[in-house]
Design a protein around this ligand. Structure first.
Ligand SMILES: Cc1ncc(COP(=O)(O)O)c(C=O)c1O
Length: 462
């Protein structure tokens, strides 16, 4: 297998291949917004195209690249492992590497989170947490938050706070959502004592929202204890330093009963997920000898994932990744907040660590307001898209709109970024937003073109 030759010969056919064999709708969207680039290389916080042009990765693979892309320590550990011809996935044994990873995770967690289940992805970690919570409580229902995102398989999809993701997929397991900061709804629901668990992202992925009140998560925990529901922190995106703490729940000094991890756990190179919980909860699922594999997955403890994760945790310690996320997150937040006094389109800049969002709102000046209204009437979220495109095209910074119908841009860059990257991001937002004052002008032409593309796509689908 000449993998170098294969890539060299065929790099550039990416979008054609996907249009023919994979997800055509996605190809169309990428082409429409001009994101149809061919990347040839990636390192740290940057992607490089075939001409060697750098793109600052503001998305970090949806938060899977906390230690940066292709980290040499993780790469070396994987190559070393392959050269050792270790036995892998024997299944009817207990492998050393999965034991070591479980130990490493427990060491970095509060003492009550002393038992680990290893799997392959975020949604799989959530599915496992659902089963653990049902088994431990004997209850079936789940309480989650408006706008929540916990994955897209049918269990986690049932806990999704956006209708758009559920449309077309039929009946799902029984969940109910509450709005952030709605203390009354929270108590009203939990007091029914029907919920196996309350599941939450300490800082939400869709829109980067978290409660206004610092008491909301602690209260949720207290009510869960009072009414017998488990308290599940989904740290798939927020964990491993993303918000400037190893776990985001540390911001509120919480003690969740179950924690889910994935994404950056294995350095962005091999899929890996984990559930951490208390021994008594774990043992309710694996309660008898004949139930010892009642929850299991074939690749769950595979050597490649275990080694990548062990190496990633070592890099996090050695390079003080959590500390850098906290420090650079504060500097970036400050820099973007300073733009709010300058640009009337900015409603709010928020976030924790390097999970940040800029939300837009109607401008004050009459001329701009009319243009804004036109765009809004057609599609809420289009203005944010109008900003995302030049950030990419003119400044080579990859970002995304934070969710369906949201005028919010979200950033989850690798946690290794420094002042140079922060300056590049802040200056790019400044310049791009400055262009929005030119009406008519290139930015609003772009809005009109996006609008046309979205209308013709809707017509074609009808
Ligand atoms: C909080 C949260 N939970 C679960 C998931 C699902 O993870 P995966 O995409 O690995 O299935 C995501 C993915 O974005 C997430 O952000």
């Amino acid at each position: 297998m000449d993998i170098r030759g294969l890539i060299k010969d065929r790099l550039g056919e990416n979008y054609e291949l996907h249009d023919r064999y994979v997800n055509r709708a996605f190809v169309k969207v990428l082409r429409t917004i001009g994101f149809d680039k061919v990347y040839a290389r990636a390192e740290g916080a940057y992607l490089f195209d075939r001409d060697g042009k750098d793109y600052l990765d503001g998305l970090g693979g949806y938060g899977a690249m906390n230690i940066g892309r292709n980290h040499p320590v993780v790469k070396k550990a994987l190559v070393d492992l392959l050269e050792m011809n270790m036995p892998n996935m024997v299944q009817m044994d207990c492998s050393l590497l999965s034991g070591l990873l479980a130990e490493a995770l427990v060491k970095r967690s509060p003492p009550h989170l002393n038992s680990v289940f290893l799997c392959n992805s975020g949604t799989e970690a959530v599915e496992g947490a659902i089963k653990f919570a049902r088994c431990a409580t004997g209850r079936e229902k789940f309480l989650y938050c408006d706008r929540a995102f916990h994955g897209l398989t049918t269990g986690s999809l049932a806990l999704n706070g956006s209708k758009a993701f559920r449309e077309g997929f039929g009946a799902l397991l029984h969940g109910h959502s509450v709005a952030l900061d709605d203390f009354d709804a929270l108590e009203r629901e939990l007091s029914t004592r029907q919920y196996a668990a309350f599941i939450f992202e300490p800082v939400q992925g869709k829109g980067v929202h978290y409660p206004q009140s610092d008491m909301f998560w602690p209260k949720a925990q207290e009510l869960c204890r009072k009414y017998g529901s488990l308290f599940i922190a989904d740290e798939v995106q927020t964990g491993l330093g993303r918000t400037g703490r190893f776990y985001a729940f540390e911001h509120w000094a919480l003690e969740p009963d179950i924690v889910t991890l994935a994404k950056s756990l294995s350095g962005g190179l091999v899929p890996c997920g984990a559930i951490l919980t208390r021994r008594d909860i774990y043992d309710k699922t694996f309660s008898r000898l004949d139930r010892c594999v009642v929850h299991s997955t074939t690749f769950g403890r595979n050597n490649m994932a275990m080694v990548a994760a062990l190496a990633t945790l070592k890099v996090m310690d050695d390079e003080k990744i959590v500390e850098n996320s906290d420090r650079m997150g504060r500097i970036l937040l400050e820099g973007l907040k300073a733009l709010a006094s300058k640009h009337e389109f900015i409603k709010e800049v928020r976030g924790k660590g390097l999970k940040l969002a800029m939300e837009f709102a109607e401008p004050r000046s009459l001329k701009l307001r009319a243009a804004w209204k036109l765009i809004q009437a057609a599609d809420k979220g289009l203005f944010a898209q109008m900003v995302v495109i030049p950030l990419f095209k003119d400044h080579r910074i990859l970002t995304q709109v934070a969710g369906h119908h949201m005028d919010v841009i979200k950033m989850t860059p690798p946690l290794i970024i420094g002042q140079k990257e922060v300056d590049r991001i802040v200056n790019a937002f400044d310049a791009t937003l400055a262009d929005c004052y030119k009406f008519p002008g290139a930015m609003w032409d772009l809005g009109r073109n996006l609008l046309r593309a979205s209308l013709s796509a809707r017509k074609a689908a009808a």
